[in-house]
Design a protein around this ligand. Structure first.
Ligand code: MCN
Length: 783
C-alpha cells in the first residue's frame, strides 16, 4: 500500500475547495439576464381550487405567471414513478396522475398551484401574493391507519380506498406452519416515524435556453444528472434528449432527497425555453420541508416464532407504508423490494412472510431517505429479536449468535429473494462485544443506578443490500431502467488523468477515493488525477448515486476502464520497445519487457499515445482514453453489529447516549478515514430519527414540524464518541472486493438506540422519536 493508494486514509482532495469557500453550489450561480421563479404552494392539505393570475401578471417586474392549465395546454406530461410493483391481485400499483402544477385539486400542504416568474425573486414573491386562489378545503387524512378506514377522505378517485398496492413476499403457508409448531411467539407493534431529509443545501434549479441551437442547460441539484436528463427532456418535450444538458455542480448533501425528479426543475427548464430567458429557483427552507420527499412512515406488526432454544422458526410481518399524496420517482420500491427482502436479517430464520400495503394520504410524497427501506427492515427484525431475547430470558447477544447464518454458508439464499454474497456475522458481533466490554456492563449499570440513572444496552446486527444495480435483477423486480454505472479514464499527453464518472458525490469524497483507485492501479501520483462528475455533456450516460453504489458499481466501472488502459498501454509499450505483446508486464506504473530491464513508465506511454509517428495502422490507434460500463451480478451486502448504551434520567425522561461501538464490514476499504466519516454521519442520522426527528401532521393535514423550530435535528452534543471498527469480508463479485458504507449507520442506529432505551426502562412500549416526554410516560406506565 502506498500512502495514497487503496487502504490509505488520504485527506479529502475536495475539502480545500469546500473549506476555502470555493465550492460551486447552485445558488451561487447566475446567468446574464436571469429571471426568478417563485412557486405558489397550497396552504391546505386537501382542497379544490380556482386560480386567477390577472392581477399578479400586472405586478412590477413580472415576466409570466403559469398555472396547471398552462402546463396542460403545452401538452406537458406529469411526474411518473419509475418502479412498477405488482400486487397480490396480479395488478400493477395504482399510479394516479401527478401534474407538474395542480389543475383543480391540491392533495398536500405544499402542493404547487402556480409559478410566478419575475425580474427579481422578491418581485416574484410579492406578485404571488396577488395570485387569487380560491380554495374549497375538504377533509384530509395523513395517517396510514386512518387512510385505510371506511369513509376516509379519498386522495385520488382512481386509487379506491387510498390503496396504492397490497403486496407480499415469502411463503405464507410455510410461515404459518412454522408458527403453529412454535414454542414461543414474540409480537411487537412498531411505528417507523416519518423523517425530513434535511440536506444543508436546499434544492435549486436554473434553466438557460440557447435559441440558436434549441438547447437547454439545466443546472440542478440532482444526484443522478443523466436520469434527470432522460426524464425531464421527455416531460418538457425537448427532443432529441441531448438537447437538454443537465449540470449538477457541488451538492451540499442529498441523503436520497435529490435522487428524484421534481416538478420545479421541469418547470424551470420549460419556462426558460418558453421565455427565452434564464430562470432560477432556489427552495426556501419551508419549501424543503413541504416538498422534498420525506422518508420512512411505516406502521408494522411483527411476530417471531421460536423453538425452546430460541431458534428462529418463522417471521411474519405486516406493514402499512405511507406514500404521501403522489408517487415520487422510486417511492413504490422502497417499502417493498428495498424493505421486505431484508427480513432475513443476519439469521437462519426458516420461513418468512411479509405483506405491505402502500397507502396514499394527504401528505408530502415519501421516497428514499438514507437507507431507504433497510433502516425500516432492520428496525423490525432487530427490535423483535431483542424483545424475544427478553421474553425468552436469553442474553440478546447469545440469542443472535445462536441464529446467525454461519460464515461457511455463503452464498446464502434467503427466504425473501436475495442471495447474500459473503459474510461473517459472528465475527463482527465478537469484535463489537470486545470493544464494548460486555462483561463490564453490569458494573456500569450499577454505577448509573447509584447516580439515579437507568442504564440500558441495545444491539443492532444489521444487514443491508446496497450497491443498488444489477440491471437484470432490478428489471425483474419492476424497475423501469437498468442500473449499471459508467466511467471514462482519460490520460492527457503529459501523463495526468481525468476520470469521468457517472457517480455523483453529495459529500461522500469520491474525488479522493476514486483518485486513489487510479493512483494505486496505474501508478499516477494522486495529485495528477482529477475526478469529474455531474455534467451530462462531459460524462458517459450513467445512473448516479444512491443506494451506496458509487464505489462498488461506479468504482468498478473505473476499474474496468483501467483494465482497458493497461491493455492499450501494453500494446504501446510492445510497439515502442519492439517486443512481443505477450512479453509486456505491467506493475507499479511501469510496462516492462519480461526478463529485461527495458521498460516505459505510464507517463511515457501516455505521451507516446498522443504523439505517435509510426503506429501500425489498424492494430494500434493513438490515444489513451478508455470507457467502461459496469453492471454487477448482485447487490453487495454490508453488515455489522452496533451496540449503544444509554443512560435515562427517570425523573425527566431525558436519554443520553453513553457510548457507541460498531463493528462494520464493508469488504475491502479504499479510504478508512472516509468510511469512518460515513459511518459517523449515518449513526447521527439514525440517532436523530430515534431520539429527535419527526414530521408531524395535525388532523387537517398541516405539517406541524415544518421548520427547525419544531423539527429537531441531532447536534454534536447529542452524540457520544463513536468507536468504529471494521472486519473485512471482501465482496466476491466486484473487482475491488468492496461493499457500500454510505447508509450503514442510518440503518443500524435506530434499532440500537430503541433497544437500549427499552432495556433501560424495562418496556418496549415506546415509539420513535423517544422524546423525554414519551420516555417518562413509558417509565410511568411500566411501573
Ligand atoms: N468507500 C470506501 N471503501 C468502501 C466503501 C466506500 O472507501 N469499502 C468510500 C467511497 O469511495 C465513497 C464513500 O466511502 O467515497 C461512500 O461510498 P458508498 O458506500 O459507495 O456510497 P455512495 O458514494 O454511493 O454514497 C451514497 C450514500 C447514500 S445512499 C446516502 S443517502 C448518503 C451517503 O452515501 N448521503 C450522503 N453519504 C452521504 N454523505 C454526505 N456527506 N452527504 C450525503 O448526502
Amino acid at each position: 500500500m502506498t500512502d495514497t493508494g487503496i487502504g490509505a486514509s488520504v485527506r479529502r482532495k475536495e475539502d480545500y475547495r469546500f473549506l476555502t469557500g470555493n465550492g460551486r453550489y447552485l445558488d451561487d450561480m447566475n446567468r446574464p439576464g436571469q429571471a426568478y421563479a417563485y412557486f405558489l404552494r397550497s396552504p391546505h392539505a386537501h382542497a379544490t381550487f380556482t386560480i386567477d393570475t390577472a392581477a399578479a401578471c400586472k405586478m412590477p417586474g413580472v415576466v409570466a405567471v403559469y398555472t396547471g392549465a398552462d402546463i396542460a395546454e403545452s401538452g406537458l406530461g406529469g411526474l411518473i414513478c419509475g418502479w412498477t410493483i405488482t400486487g397480490k391481485n396480479g395488478e400493477p400499483h395504482k399510479a394516479p396522475a401527478h401534474p407538474l402544477l395542480a389543475l383543480d385539486t391540491v392533495r398536500h400542504v405544499g402542493d404547487t398551484v402556480g409559478v410566478v416568474i419575475a425580474d427579481t425573486y422578491l418581485q416574484a414573491k410579492d406578485a404571488a401574493e396577488n395570485v387569487a386562489v380560491d380554495y374549497k378545503p375538504m377533509p384530509a387524512v395523513t395517517s396510514v391507519v386512518d387512510a385505510l378506514k371506511k369513509n376516509a377522505p379519498q386522495v385520488h378517485a382512481d386509487a379506491p380506498g387510498n390503496l396504492c398496492y397490497d403486496w407480499e413476499i415469502g411463503d405464507k403457508a410455510a410461515t404459518d406452519a412454522a408458527f403453529e409448531g412454535a414454542h414461543h411467539v414474540t409480537k411487537l407493534d412498531l411505528v417507523n416515524n416519518r423523517v425530513v431529509p434535511s440536506a444543508m443545501e436546499p434544492r435549486a434549479a436554473l434553466g438557460e435556453y440557447d435559441a440558436g441551437i434549441d438547447e437547454i442547460a439545466l443546472y440542478t441539484t440532482s444526484q443522478n444528472p443523466h436520469v434527470a436528463r432522460l426524464v425531464i427532456s421527455a416531460f418538457i418535450q425537448l427532443a432529441p434528449e441531448h438537447k437538454l444538458r443537465v449540470i449538477s455542480p457541488d451538492i451540499g448533501g442529498g441523503f436520497g432527497s435529490k435522487i428524484f425528479i421534481y416538478l420545479e426543475e421541469c418547470v424551470t427548464a420549460w419556462a426558460a425555453r418558453k421565455l427565452n430567458r434564464p430562470v432560477k429557483w432556489t427552495a426556501e427552507r419551508s419549501e424543503s420541508f413541504m416538498t422534498d420527499a420525506h422518508g420512512r412512515d411505516h406502521v408494522s406488526q411483527v411476530e417471531l416464532a421460536m423453538d425452546k432454544d430460541g431458534k428462529f422458526l418463522g417471521l411474519r410481518v405486516s406493514t402499512l407504508a405511507n406514500m404521501g399524496a403522489y408517487l415520487s420517482t422510486f417511492a413504490t420500491c422502497v417499502p417493498s423490494y428495498l424493505y421486505a427482502t431484508l427480513m432475513q436479517g443476519q439469521y437462519t430464520t426458516g420461513a418468512i412472510y411479509c405483506e405491505v400495503k402502500a397507502v396514499f394520504t394527504h401528505s408530502t410524497p415519501v421516497d428514499a431517505v438514507r437507507g431507504a427501506g433497510r433502516p425500516e427492515a432492520t428496525f423490525v427484525v432487530e427490535r423483535v429479536v431483542e424483545e424475544a431475547a427478553r421474553e425468552m430470558k436469553i442474553d440478546p447477544a447469545e440469542l443472535r449468535q445462536r441464529n446467525f447464518i454461519p460464515a461457511d454458508a455463503f452464498p446464502y439464499q434467503t427466504q425473501v429473494a436475495l442471495a447474500y454474497d459473503s459474510g461473517n456475522y459472528a465475527g463482527s458481533m465478537d469484535k463489537a462485544l470486545d470493544m464494548v466490554d460486555y462483561k463490564g456492563f453490569a458494573k456500569r449499570r450499577d454505577a448509573s443506578k447509584a447516580a439515579g440513572k437507568l442504564r440500558g444496552i441495545g444491539f443492532s446486527s444489521y444487514i443491508e443490500a446496497c450497491g443498488i444495480a444489477p440491471s437484470a435483477v432490478v428489471g425483474s423486480l419492476g424497475a423501469g431502467v437498468g442500473l449499471y454505472e459508467s466511467a471514462q479514464v482519460r490520460f492527457n499527453p503529459t501523463g495526468n488523468v481525468v476520470v469521468y464518472t457517472g457517480s455523483h458525490a453529495q459529500g461522500q469524497g469520491h474525488e479522493t477515493t476514486f483518485a486513489q483507485l487510479v493512483s494505486d492501479r496505474l501508478g499516477v501520483p494522486i495529485e495528477n488525477v482529477d475526478v469529474v462528475h455531474g455534467d451530462t455533456a462531459k460524462i458517459p450516460f450513467a445512473m448516479g448515486t444512491y443506494g451506496s453504489r458509487s464505489l462498488s458499481v461506479g468504482g468498478s466501472a473505473i476499474s474496468k476502464a483501467m483494465d482497458k488502459i493497461i491493455a492499450k498501454g501494453k500494446k504501446i509499450a510492445a510497439h515502442t520497445l519492439e517486443a512481443a505483446l505477450e512479453d509486456i508486464e505491467f506493475s507499479d506504473g511501469n510496462f516492462t519487457v519480461a526478463g529485461t530491464d527495458k521498460s516505459m513508465d505510464m507517463a511515457a506511454v501516455a505521451f507516446s499515445a498522443y504523439v505517435p509517428h509510426n503506429y501500425p495502422g489498424d492494430e494500434l490507434e493513438p490515444g489513451l482514453d478508455e470507457s467502461a460500463f459496469y453492471d454487477p451480478v448482485n447487490f453487495t451486502f454490508p453488515f455489522g453489529t452496533h451496540i449503544c448504551e444509554v443512560e435515562v434520567d427517570p425523573e425527566t425522561g431525558v436519554t443520553e447516549i453513553a457510548s457507541w461501538v460498531a463493528a462494520d464490514d464493508f469488504g475491502n476499504l479504499i479510504n478508512p478515514m472516509i468510511v469512518e466519516g460515513q459511518v459517523h454521519g449515518g449513526i447521527a442520522h439514525g440517532v436523530g430519527q430515534a431520539l429527535l426527528e419527526s414530521a408531524c401532521y395535525d388532523d387537517t393535514g398541516q405539517l406541524l414540524s415544518g421548520s427547525y423550530m419544531d423539527y429537531s435535528m441531532p447536534r454534536a452534543d447529542t452524540l457520544p464518541e463513536m468507536r468504529i471498527a471494521t472486519t473485512e469480508t471482501p465482496c466476491p463479485h466486484n473487482p475491488l472486493g468492496v461493499k457500500g458504507c454510505g447508509e450503514a449507520g442510518a440503518i443500524a442506529a435506530p434499532a440500537a438506540v430503541m433497544n437500549a432505551i427499552s432495556d433501560a426502562i424495562g418496556t418496549s412500549n415506546i415509539t420513535m422519536p423517544a422524546t423525554p416526554e414519551k420516555v417518562w410516560r413509558a417509565i410511568q406506565s411500566a411501573r
